[in-house]
Design a protein. Structure first.
Length: 103
């Protein structure tokens, strides 16, 4: 895919980004960042854009870390459940083999 310029708005500022990502996806990411910055601006008395951006970035990093932790936990549960199902199937197949041999 070729690199193109995507225009986005974050916290009242317009930016032009060169990206080979889907422009709609880049716009969605920008909307997420804008939302975080606006939420931080409501909570902080300071209107310093750099400070808002840093706190918003920390909030997004926290969201990402928590999401990864939840994903890892879900993956672990899935692996455990898959192993349990495999043991059940093996037991059923072993029992079926015993019946076939005995019949």
């Amino acid at each position: 895919m070729s690199e193109r310029v995507v225009h986005i708005d974050i916290h009242g500022q317009r930016y032009s980004l060169k990206s080979d990502l889907d422009p709609q996806y880049v716009s969605e990411l920008a909307a997420m960042v804008d939302e975080k910055m606006r939420a931080v601006a409501i909570e902080l008395a300071s209107a310093d854009p750099l400070k808002l951006a840093i706190v918003a970035a920390l909030n997004l990093a926290d969201d990402l870390a928590r999401s990864r932790e939840q994903g890892a936990g879900a993956e672990g549960r899935l692996i455990t459940r898959t192993a349990e199902i495999e043991r059940i199937i093996d037991a059923v197949l072993d029992e079926a083999q015993v019946r076939v041999v005995n019949e």
